[in-house]
Design a binder for this molecule. Structure first.
Ligand SMILES: CC(C)(COP(=O)(O)OP(=O)(O)OC[C@H]1O[C@@H](n2cnc3c(N)ncnc32)[C@H](O)[C@@H]1OP(=O)(O)O)[C@@H](O)C(=O)NCCC(=O)NCCS
Length: 149
């Protein structure tokens, strides 16, 4: 594949199938459920404080990023969190992930966020390449059986 001409835009309702296909590739701990995805997709687009960004080359969706902001005391204001990011395997290593993160950082700054945080198991070198630094241990407690649909 030639180098993609990447632009980043907000997702819309008509992107649901493309986002679902990519989100299904990211899922690991919880098996992907299209039923649950469809139940939440439209509401997510309407949620203030949610950013669902798509990296596109024309009509082709190359990757997505889902992030949020929320108020905090510790940072004297809002903080932005990257929840999910995935780039299609065949276009990785060509700046698509960087473009998604840069767009999310712009969105976060526009909402007065003092920092961007995220947890990762697999992609730390990617974030370090973008200037992120390790600062905490991420813990979790599963409240719903991973196989639940
Ligand atoms: C992680 C991911 C989003 C990166 O997207 P990408 O489009 O391949 O990344 P980019 O091409 O924009 O890379 C940006 C920088 O990160 C570096 N980088 C990316 N992946 C890397 C890796 N696995 N190891 C080391 N460096 C990496 C690149 O070298 C580049 O640095 P440079 O510009 O200084 O050369 C992509 O690999 C992916 O979708 N992985 C599977 C899903 C995943 O793990 N998501 C993260 C869950 S927390």
């Amino acid at each position: 594949m030639d180098d993609p001409q990447v632009s980043v835009r907000r997702a819309t309702g008509s992107d649901a199938a493309a986002v679902a296909e990519l989100a299904g590739q990211l899922a690991q701990s919880f098996p992907f459920s299209r039923t649950r995805f469809d139940a939440g997709y439209a509401a997510l687009l309407d949620t203030d404080g949610a950013a669902l960004l798509l990296a596109v080359d024309g009509d082709a969706v190359l990757g997505y990023l889902l992030g949020f902001d929320h108020p905090t005391f510790y940072a004297n204001g809002p903080v932005a969190v990257v929840e999910e990011i995935l780039v299609r395997a065949e276009v990785r290593g060509r700046g698509v992930g960087r473009a998604l993160m840069a767009a999310f950082e712009r969105w976060a700054a526009s909402r007065d966020c003092g920092l961007v945080t995220l947890a990762t198991r697999r992609a730390a070198p990617f974030y370090v390449a973008l200037g992120y630094e390790e600062s905490a241990v991420h813990l979790r407690k599963v409240l719903r059986a991973p196989a639940a649909r």
